[in-house]
Design a protein around this ligand. Structure first.
Ligand code: NAD
Length: 476
């Protein structure tokens, strides 16, 4: 018997797209226009390092320009290739549409193992890559705005922003050419944690509707739910930290590149992260069982599985053995199209990547708006809001005194009510609202349409409809 073959990441995205458009009434021409990737630029550049020239290959792919700028992260990984970058760019188009961030979809990647280079070398490589992209307007505040992804973070974004500014000395909006920058270099509070925070808000919204909880065969709330996380990087760490610290979830498993940790009573996420930073992996961490074969732990018993590392980790070879009734795709493309079929037939509920990790691009959107308006969120209103609240509190106090002090406002209430929102609170509020509304739009389709039996198809339906509406309005 021949084994069924696994589609590539891009084929997976296309298959999922096709499943959704089969349920829609789009003209074939429009369907094709939305599906295809508009352009992919490949660049090969040399950097003199350690006494010799090393050549690097990078990509920037633009999937759809129905809205501009286009937006999407830049990834540093040795496995980066054109197919992957194009699939990720397509996902960005749908993701931005779903969460109503006014961008088209793009993605970039550099084929590199960042662990092989020191900081100074990485800066030179990053600046050179940024130069190659910027001179072709593939980094530009009104055309193409990158962000961090796997293997990149605030540091790389600051170098990119500075490189662009050096090349465009009179562009007053230069700082808006990239998001995910450090706070002191034009960033926004809450961006680093945003994707993990978005995963938390997504799960909270899931657990607000008893119908959704029942579909996954679960009961109750997030409190006490056993969670396994794969990848304790930016996304996985923040998701695991917030869910365990604020929602009472128990992180029973953490899978990293060098194996997995397991503890029924729950792992201390901060401590594991500190261990990884110090020793480069999870091996040797005390107070937990260690498994050499990390991938096998994906199949362990738990309530919620959060793949937050790489794509394709749940595939035809292990999908049938996955026990988690609920999977939230914090990473991009962790479940292949083949595995998706198997899991759907088993009744596993999957909260799809397009939605689940959209917290990053949502807060990137806020950062871009902040950069263009050249002012921190809350700077104008905060104290005025506090003064108005003080008026109300003083008035209530007077009424209370007039009534013989039968009721006084609690200190806790006054403390919370009197504080005007700072930027971080506003960012979290905007993110929470975005994640709730986007989830509700998928949920409505999921429950209302008899021909949609999963959240991924629902997400594609909502997103594609928005992109199609945009093309129709343009007259394309
Ligand atoms: P990251 O580089 O910070 O973290 C990735 C983590 O995965 C690292 O800790 C790494 O050691 C671990 N890892 C690598 N190979 C592994 C393996 N085989 N098994 C287990 N763990 C492994 O990356 P990130 O920014 O957290 O991104 C993770 C995923 O989330 C990617 O798919 C990315 O596209 C997606 N994503 C990230 C953002 C963001 O804002 N950073 C936004 C949207 C989506």
């Amino acid at each position: 018997m021949t084994q069924p073959t696994e589609p590539s990441f891009r084929e997976s995205v296309d298959l999922m797209f096709n499943r959704a458009v089969a349920l829609m009434d789009l003209s074939p021409g429009l369907e094709e226009k939305i599906r295809v990737c508009n352009a992919t630029y490949t660049v090969r550049f040399g950097v003199r390092l350690r006494g010799k020239i090393q050549t690097f290959t990078g990509y920037r792919s633009v999937h759809s320009e129905h809205k501009e700028p286009v937006k999407g992260g830049i990834r540093y990984a040795i496995g980066v290739n054109q197919d992957e970058v194009e699939a990720l760019a397509a996902l960005m188009t749908y993701k931005c549409a779903l969460v109503e961030a006014p961008f088209g979809g793009s993605k970039g990647g550099l084929r590199i193992d960042p662990r092989q280079y020191d900081e100074h070398e990485l800066e030179r490589i990053t600046r050179r890559f940024a130069y190659e992209l910027a001179k072709r307007d593939m980094i530009h505040p009104s055309q193409n705005v990158p962000a961090p992804d796997m293997g990149t973070g605030e540091r790389e974004m600051a170098w990119i922003a500075d490189q662009y500014a050096r090349m465009n000395t009179t562009d007053i909006n230069a700082i808006a050419c990239v998001t995910g920058k450090p706070l002191n270099a034009g960033g926004i509070s809450g961006r680093v944690e945003a994707t993990g925070r978005g995963v938390q808000y997504a799960l909270r919204e899931f657990f607000r509707d008893p119908r959704d909880i029942e579909k996954a065969g679960l009961t109750g709330t997030l409190d006490g739910k056993r969670i396994i996380v794969q990848g304790l990087g930016n996304v996985g760490f923040h998701a695991a930290k917030f869910l365990s610290e604020e929602d009472g979830a128990i992180i029973t498993g953490i899978i990293e590149h060098d194996g997995a940790l397991f503890s029924e009573k729950g792992l201390d996420v901060e401590a594991v992260r500190a261990w990884i930073v110090k020793y480069g992996g999870v091996k040797g961490f005390p107070d937990a069982l260690h498994a050499e074969n990390g991938a096998a732990v994906l199949e362990s018993d738990c309530d919620i599985l959060i793949p937050a590392a790489l794509e394709g980790v749940i595939n035809l070879s292990n999908a049938a053995r996955i026990k988690a009734p609920l999977i939230i795709e914090a990473a991009n493309g962790p479940v292949t199209a083949g595995a998706d079929d198997i899991l759907r037939n088993k009744g596993t509920v999957i909260i799809p990547d397009m939605y689940a990790n959209a917290g990053g691009v949502t807060v990137s959107y806020f950062e871009w708006v902040k950069n263009l308006s050249h002012i921190r969120f809350g700077r104008m209103q905060r104290r005025q809001e506090e003064a108005r609240h003080q008026l109300v509190v003083d008035e209530l106090q007077k009424i209370s005194e007039a009534m013989g002090n039968t009721y006084t406002l609690s200190d806790r209430f006054k403390q919370k009510y009197l504080r005007g929102a700072d930027e971080l609170e506003l960012v979290r509020s905007g993110l929470d609202d975005t994640m709730r509304i986007a989830y509700q739009s998928m949920r409505d389709v999921w429950h209302a349409r008899g021909d949609v039996d999963d959240l991924r198809t629902a997400a594609y339906l909502v997103a594609i409809e928005k992109v199609a509406a945009s093309y129709r309005a343009k007259g394309l």
